[in-house]
Design a protein around this ligand. Structure first.
Ligand SMILES: Nc1ncnc2c1ncn2[C@@H]1O[C@H](COP(=O)(O)OP(=O)(O)O)[C@@H](O)[C@H]1O
Ligand SMILES: [Mg+2]
Length: 280
């Protein structure tokens, strides 16, 4: 096996009542960011969940650093949990825990027992700083006291605090406005650049995916119908890829206007952006 391959999906099959995954093949290289696009209900989350043993494939295999998630005796569940972090949609924070406690959940429980409390606080604070949150302001707050965008960033802080080698993001910007989406996308990029983590991002944000990924893949009808670089995606003549790329153009136009309005106050104003947004 190529030593640079970090995550390998080989002929992954999964059906529930009907087939969901029907032979997914993909190799993600060390430090690479791959985005997975696809319409709702195509099995993107199911595919991510097979990576960490939350859903077992009917056929095929998933390997992390060459070790099967399902058949390896060397790769235990604990190793897997330490190596791979899964960032769920809607941040999935614990409502009754404060931000310090929520981020601490991203540390290995065995490690927490041995960590010096000051070292632990430093690590939690550092991971908050890395997602542009001020530790002094947020550490003792409850999730409900933060905005949606801030909660998503706390979710990212929890993902990076344990220094995983792989992060799986499941719709990290769904439910966010374009400005907060752009912020989260940029954070995902900077986390990848700084920590060399290998990332898979399931997203509906096509423009964001093309900006932040080394490669994008399109899941359709149980298989990856397209895998390629953002440039290859933009040039593809596959009608389904073109349909996805077109939505990007519309979203891009809307986002440009919003950014323009946010930074230049002597122009058309938000009403203009809203009318374009509706048309898009
Ligand atoms: N645990 C499960 N049990 C039964 N069906 C499931 C389960 N998880 C997902 N599915 C079904 O698999 C299909 C793909 O789901 P999912 O991967 O969540 O789609 P998406 O691409 O939107 O993330 C859907 O039809 C969904 O209902
Ligand atoms: Mg999903």
């Amino acid at each position: 096996m190529d030593p640079e391959v970090t995550i390998e999906y080989e002929n992954v099959h999964k059906r529930f009542d009907t087939p969901v995954l029907s032979g997914v093949n993909l190799s993600v290289m060390r430090g690479e960011t791959v985005s997975i696009l696809g319409t709702s209900g195509t099995g993107k989350s199911v595919l991510l969940k097979t990576t960490i043993g939350l859903i077992t494939p009917d056929r095929g295999d998933v390997r992390i650093d060459g070790e099967s998630v399902y058949h390896s005796t060397r790769l235990g569940l604990r190793d897997l949990r330490r190596t791979v972090r899964y960032v769920f949609q809607y941040a999935a924070l614990f409502d009754s825990l404060n931000i310090y406690e929520n981020v601490a959940m991203g540390l290995d429980p065995a490690e927490i027992k041995t960590l010096d409390p000051q070292v632990m606080l430093d690590r939690i604070a550092a991971s908050l700083v890395n997602v542009n949150l001020e530790p002094a302001k947020v550490l003792s707050k409850l999730p409900a006291e933060l905005s949606g965008g801030m909660r998503k960033r706390v979710g990212l802080a929890r993902a990076i605090v344990g220094e995983p080698r792989i992060i799986l993001y499941d719709e990290p910007v769904t439910g966010l406005d374009p400005v907060n989406s752009a912020t989260v996308n940029r954070l995902i990029m900077s986390i990848a650049e700084r920590t060399k983590v290998t990332s898979i991002v399931v997203t509906h944000d096509v423009e964001g995916a093309l900006e932040m990924s080394h490669r994008v893949a399109l899941l359709d009808n149980g298989t990856l119908r397209f895998i390629g670089t953002p440039d290859e995606f933009r040039r593809s003549e596959d009608p389904l890829v073109m349909a996805f790329a077109d939505r990007r153009a519309a979203a891009e136009a809307a986002l440009k206007l919003i950014e323009h309005d946010a930074y230049d106050d002597n122009d058309a104003g938000p009403a203009h952006a809203i009318s374009i947004g509706v048309r898009a």
